[in-house]
Design a protein around this ligand. Structure first.
Ligand code: NDP
Length: 328
């Protein structure tokens, strides 16, 4: 076996962390031949819970797990790390204004970006899961000037997977027969799950569905509001599916996307599709040679344009709000 890949997970004692760590440790993210060293970052009051999770990780005796280290200091947690999964974030609590939420998260993601800049490995790849994920990723990226900007990403893979699953259910196709679904914009209720280029068994999805009212009246809102529906049903927010999406995102990033298909990820905009340069927005992306590329040349019709613009406008507002706070 090769040298262990160091993977830092923040918010490791949270519910997504609990669903994530065992899958990383068992080789499902980086492969069965790649040993992993887990580095768990938690706030001091959650370190004990993280220690409990580490004991359970030991008890699994995973052949791929090189060891587990626990930290309450970001500089130490990111030192030499290759993959950083930023899961821990400040949740919105009752009565909290958006500015307060962004400010509280700035207090987490600014020092984490600085710590990644100071000590992470040269090949570090960062995935932000903690919400508001796109803007948290932007804050971290802006404080890591020595790390290539394209190493900072935000997770929209769960939205992507939800869209694929809804389309498969509606058409009676298998998930494996669905391709080229796209999530555009922000990981929020304004996101645009787009079927215009999607295919079902090689046929245009919109032709197979043949029901515009379902697309606009059911599909798009179901995907965009799925998180709330899960909280309503389960009494807790989605955790296993969020962890699964994080695993999918990193696996695609490292090992590539299949020929002829793409996935969705929040990546730094290069101005493609009219999304202002520098924003971290979801796009259709492929991964090759360990780097994301935005799929180019897709036709965007008037209704898609309006939906992309609306979600991107929200990202611009969030960026402007954190700019006022001096966070970017
Ligand atoms: P979860 O593990 O359930 O969620 C963590 C973050 O992921 C939240 O910001 C959550 O956003 C976000 N998220 C993104 N996508 C999804 C999704 N589809 N479904 C659910 N959540 C999603 O939170 P817990 O409260 O269980 O755990 C958080 C942990 O983070 C705690 O242990 C806390 O101590 C830790 N923490 C660590 C920090 C650090 O390491 N420096 C800093 C802050 C917290 P949303 O709130 O919108 O659901």
């Amino acid at each position: 076996m090769s040298q262990p890949v160091h993977v830092t997970v923040t918010g490791a004692a949270g519910q997504i962390g609990y669903a994530l760590l065992f899958r990383i440790a068992s080789g499902q993210m980086l492969g069965a031949d790649t040993p992993v060293r887990l580095r768990l970052l938690e706030i001091p009051q959650a370190v004990k819970a993280a220690e409990g999770t580490a004991m359970e990780l030991d008890d699994c005796a995973f052949p791929t797990l090189d060891g587990v280290d626990i930290f309450d200091d970001a500089r130490a947690a990111f030192d030499g790390t290759n993959v950083a999964l930023l899961v821990g974030a400040r949740p919105r609590t009752a009565g909290m204004e958006r500015g307060d939420l962004l400010s509280a998260n700035g207090g987490i993601f600014k020092p984490q970006g600085e710590a990644i800049n100071a000590g992470a490995a040269d090949d570090v790849r960062v995935l932000v899961v903690g919400n508001p994920a796109n803007t948290n990723a932007l804050i971290a990226q802006q404080h890591a000037p020595d790390v290539p900007a394209d190493r900072f990403t935000a997770m929209t893979r769960l939205d992507h997977n939800r869209a694929v699953s809804q389309l498969a259910t509606r058409t009676g196709a298998r998930v494996a027969d669905i391709a080229r679904v796209t999530i555009w914009g922000n990981h929020s209720a304004t996101q645009y799950p787009d079927l215009s280029h999607a295919t079902v068994g090689g046929r245009p999805a919109l032709e197979v569905v043949a029901d515009d009212a379902w697309v606009t009246g059911t599909f798009i809102p179901t995907v965009a509001k799925r998180g709330a529906a899960i909280i309503e049903a389960r009494g807790a927010s989605s955790a296993a599916s969020a962890a699964n999406a994080a695993i999918d995102h990193v696996r695609s990033w490292v090992h590539g996307t299949p020929a002829g298909d793409w996935t969705s990820a929040g990546v730094v905009s290069d101005g493609s599709y009219g999304v202002p340069e520098g924003l971290i927005s979801s796009f259709p992306v492929t991964s090759e040679g360990g780097a994301w590329r935005i799929v180019q040349g897709l036709e965007v019709d008037g209704s898609s344009r309006a939906r992309i613009d609306a979600s991107v406008a929200e990202l611009v507002e969030e960026r402007d709000a954190v700019r006022v706070l001096g966070l970017v």
